[in-house]
Ligand binder design. Structure first.
Ligand code: B12
Length: 218
C-alpha cells in the first residue's frame, strides 16, 4: 500500500466499479492489472475488489442498478480473483482438520477468497462448496473436523449457524466455528448470538484466527 496515495486508490475503485456495472470487462481488467502494479494480490482483492462490489451492492439496494449487473460484476470478479490468488503453496503444514463452506446461500466469492488465501498461507482445508445444515453435520462428523469456516452473506443463512451448533452439540461434536460475511459486518454481536467461536472480517483475519486455534490445539 505504501506507494499509492489513498485518493488514487479511491479513484481507481470508482472507475473499476463503473466498468463492472457497465459490463466493460476490458476496462475492468485493465484497472485490476493497474492496481496490481502497486499492491499485492490479496491487497487488491480486499482493498479494491471488495469495496467496489460493496458499492455495487449499495447501488442495487437503492434501486439504481439491476440484479443482473451485480451478478455479472460478481462473476467477473471471481475470474479476476482466480487469476491472482494461488490455489496452493508447496510448503503445506500439518494442522487440525478443517474445512470451509457456504451455508445455504449462493454468495460464493468471499468463500473462494478465504479458501485461496488460507491455502496460499500454507493451510490444507476441505472446500465443501455450498451445503445445508443436514449435509454439513454429516461431513463434519465423517471428516473429523476440528475447525469449520463458514461464509454467509444473507441474514437467514447466518441464523442457520445456530441450528448447526445445536445439532452438533446434541451429537457431542466439538468443532470450532469461525464465521464471516456481510451479516456479521452489519451486526458485530451476531456471531456470538448464533453460537460461533469467532468472527473474521477478512481473509487476513481467517489466517490469524485459525493459526491461533491451531496453536492452542497442538
Ligand atoms: C455479488 C452479490 C450477489 C451475487 C453473488 C454472485 C456470486 N457468485 O457470489 C448475486 C447477484 C447472485 C446475488 C444474489 C442475491 N443477493 Co447478493 N450481493 C452481492 C454483493 C453486492 C457482493 C457480495 C460479494 O461477492 N462481495 C465480495 C466478497 C469478496 O465479499 P464477502 O463475501 O463479503 O467476503 C469478504 C468478507 O465478508 C470476509 N468473509 C466472507 N466470508 C468469510 C468467511 C470467514 C470464515 C471469514 C473469516 C471471513 C469471511 O472475507 C471476504 C474477503 O474480504 C452483496 C453486497 C455486500 N455488502 O456484501 C450483496 C448481498 C449479500 N446480497 C443480498 C441479497 C438480498 C441477495 C438476493 C436475495 C437478491 C435477490 N432478491 O434475489 C440474492 C440471493 C442469492 C442467494 N440465495 O444466496 C444482500 C443480503 C442482505 C441480507 N441482510 O441478507 C446484500 C448484502 C446486498 C444488500 N445490501 O442488500 N448477490
Amino acid at each position: 500500500m505504501a506507494n499509492v496515495k489513498p485518493l488514487f486508490m479511491g479513484e481507481l475503485i470508482q472507475d473499476f466499479q463503473k466498468a463492472l456495472v457497465s459490463l466493460d470487462k476490458i476496462k475492468a481488467d485493465a484497472l485490476f492489472q493497474q492496481a496490481l502494479l502497486s499492491h499485492s494480490p490479496i491487497e487488491v482483492v480486499e482493498q479494491f475488489v471488495v469495496p467496489a462490489l460493496e458499492q455495487i451492492g449499495r447501488q442495487w439496494s437503492e434501486g439504481s442498478i439491476a440484479l443482473s449487473q451485480i451478478y455479472m460484476s460478481g462473476r467477473f470478479c471471481e475470474k479476476l480473483v482466480e487469476q491472482v490468488l494461488p490455489s496452493c503453496d508447496p510448503d503445506r503444514k500439518h494442522q487440525p482438520r478443517q474445512a470451509i463452506v457456504v451455508l445455504n446461500d449462493y454468495h460464493m466469492l468471499g468463500m473462494r477468497i478465504i479458501f485461496s488465501v488460507m491455502r496460499a498461507s500454507g493451510f490444507e482445508l476441505f472446500n465443501y462448496g455450498r451445503m445445508d445444515v443436514v449435509e454439513l453435520v454429516e461431513r463434519v462428523i465423517a471428516d473429523k473436523l476440528k475447525i469449520l469456516l463458514i461464509s454467509v452473506l444473507m441474514l437467514p443463512s447466518a441464523l442457520k449457524v445456530r441450528e448447526l451448533r445445536t445439532v452438533l452439540d446434541t451429537r457431542g461434536i466439538n468443532v470450532k466455528i469461525l464465521v464471516g460475511g456481510a451479516p456479521f459486518q452489519f451486526d458485530p454481536n451476531l456471531w456470538q448470538e448464533i453460537g460461533a467461536d469467532a468472527m473474521g472480517r477478512s481473509a487476513a483475519d481467517a489466517v490469524t484466527i485459525v493459526q491461533r486455534w491451531a496453536g492452542e490445539m497442538e
